[in-house]
Design a protein around this ligand. Sequence first.
Ligand code: SAM
Length: 276
Amino acid sequence: MNYRHAFHAGNFADCMKHVLLLWMLRALARKPAGFMVLDTHAGIGRYDLAGAEASRTGEWRDGIGRLRAAAETGEAMPEGIGAFLDLVERVGLYPGSPALIQAALRPGDRLICCELHPEDHAALRAAMRGSAQVAVHLRDGYEAMRAFLPPRERRGLVLIDPPFEATDEFARLTEALHQGTIRFPSGVFAVWYPIKHRAPSRGFHAAVAEAGLRDVVAAELLLREPTDPERLNGCGLLVVSPPWGFVEAAEPMLAALARVFAPDEGSARLVRITPE
Ligand SMILES: C[S@@+](CC[C@H](N)C(=O)[O-])C[C@H]1O[C@@H](n2cnc3c(N)ncnc32)[C@H](O)[C@@H]1O
């Protein structure tokens, strides 16, 4: 396990994932019944962008750095991006998925986080100490899906955000979604994936459709045409059973992010993979 998210926190891909995640959590909170969020690959929770790791790559400057600057210059942004920027401000450090989800929980909601790297798990546990609504496990995120689904609330969201170090990650994701949706058919499942070149993400979409999953959409953001497989040219968030209104809300948010992150070559799209 070599991947450390601290080097990449707040980059364009994090902002895209976190903007859409926050929108979905707020959508779940429209109904009064409590919900559970399972964050299968959680990271350390909060990131100091002035710290050694983030400073070494400086990736955040082209992500949250650009987004903040655009908002400060008065560029019009969809409400969901404004809500994300407000949350980042409130948290102080850059919020990874656990801190972002924690900030969106209401008193009756809860969060389960899994992180397999021992140091990152310890950091996350320390960051979440004292929060009765948040449980942190040193545990494989895929295996945790079998253990924790379905949640007693029967409402909730599963975020699957692996580091893509394994060559078979897309195959593992497809299987995890297949099994996860059998256990928790009413759940929202969101999977982040990198786009270096087109073939792997196209193959993933096809495999998800072949696995028989219903109501699947993918939101994609490209900084440039994905022709150089050595670069992170864009990213996607595949969502199973998105909350009502997701596609309509995500389109303008993605378009705004593409304008901010890659004004010349950027693009965004929402693809429906299988029908409702
Ligand atoms: C992309 S990062 C997660 C970022 C986080 N979701 C966020 O948005 O702030 C992936 C994390 O998964 C952890 N990880 C790797 N394999 C794992 C596994 N099998 N189960 C749980 N965590 C794992 C890595 O240590 C890393 O911290």
